[in-house]
Design a protein around this ligand. Structure first.
Ligand code: SER
Length: 315
């Protein structure tokens, strides 16, 4: 195996922090360089402060470390993005342009760009939403992800840049907290169930969304990056699925472990965003092309979240 030097942008985030650890378990620690706009609480390896909007700083880092792979995880998510749409567009798009241009001009071998179920809009079939369903997003985050996917395809076609991408569903993990998304309830609920035995949910009881356990999301990310290039046939972004559930179904599963747990519903502006997204995703292309297969269903996710969080919170 050629030696790799990996740059992670947004390494303190919900996915970035867990991905950084996973890559440091797979590659020599010194070769996995974490970056973020904030210092990490407890760095587990090399870290550099980086604002990815500063293209010169990114270029300097990629050159001086001879970076061979970039994972670009920095973005403003769906709910927070709506607070300042134009700034969200600027940040999400300019950061991607900087990554694509630096990767192209500095001969970076591979780039990972996370897309999202937010690329779909209310016109798409809600159930088993197809890979090639029309993309008509209603959030600025979703619009930026659709545009981002198309730019990845463009850099692949025009410059041969090896960009790879998946459309993450809501990601649920015990290691980190999400920030600014519409699927965040599915992480918050576990923390509140353990601390207070109650949770007020910002989505309606029957709002079904596609979700995935963090370990599966990390495995999908590393699998698509490890796949031989010819197996990565879709160069915009792959649909990816783990499970789908409603807040009520999740609460019932939690009650199997915490019988006193109570949920109430106070839907806010995030409900409208959730209603514009698919309920479930068809990810046959990822399964066929690079052997994607999830390991966690709702029961296993719930059991693992409660066990891990109890150990962390109730010490
Ligand atoms: N989890 C993200 C959000 O809710 C979707 O990609 O914004």
């Amino acid at each position: 195996m050629d030696s790799e030097t990996i740059l992670i942008i947004g390494a303190n985030g919900q996915i970035g922090s867990v991905l950084t650890e996973a890559l440091r378990a797979k590659y020599p620690k010194q070769t996995v360089l974490a970056t973020d706009i904030r210092e990490p609480e407890s760095p587990s390896g090399p870290f550099t402060l980086l604002n990815v909007l500063d293209k010169d700083a990114l270029e300097e880092l990629v050159s001086s470390h001879r970076v061979s792979q970039i994972y670009h995880l920095a973005a403003i998510l769906s709910a927070k993005g709506e607070l300042d749409p134009l700034r969200t567009w600027d940040i999400n798009m300019q950061s991607l342009f900087n990554v694509l241009e630096v990767a192209r001009t500095k001969a970076v071998k591979k780039v990972f760009f996370p897309s999202s179920i937010a690329v779909f809009g209310p016109e798409a079939n809600k159930k088993n939403t197809d890979q090639f369903e029309a993309l008509t997003p209603r959030t600025v985050y979703g619009i930026s992800k659709v545009a981002g996917e198309n730019w990845c395809q463009y850099y692949f076609d025009r410059y041969g840049l090896d960009v790879r991408s998946v459309r993450y569903p809501g990601i649920i993990g015990h290691q980190s907290m999400p920030g600014g998304g519409t699927t965040d309830y599915a992480v918050e609920i576990f923390h509140e169930a353990i601390k207070n035995q109650s949770y007020s949910c910002f989505l309606n009881r029957d709002t079904r969304l596609p979700m995935m356990f963090m370990e599966d999301a990390i495995r999908a990310t590393i699998s698509i990056m490890d796949a031989p290039a010819e197996q990565v046939k879709i160069r915009s972004s792959y649909n990816l699925a783990g499970m789908s559930f409603t807040p009520e179904e999740l609460a019932e599963e939690i009650q199997k472990h915490i019988p006193d747990f109570k949920i109430s519903y106070a839907p806010d502006h995030r409900e409208q965003i959730a209603r514009s997204w698919p309920e479930s995703i068809n990810d046959q292309s990822a399964r066929t092309d690079w052997n994607w297969q999830e390991k966690y269903d709702l029961a296993r996710l719930t059991e693992t979240m409660i066990r891990e969080l109890k150990a962390k919170i109730l010490v």
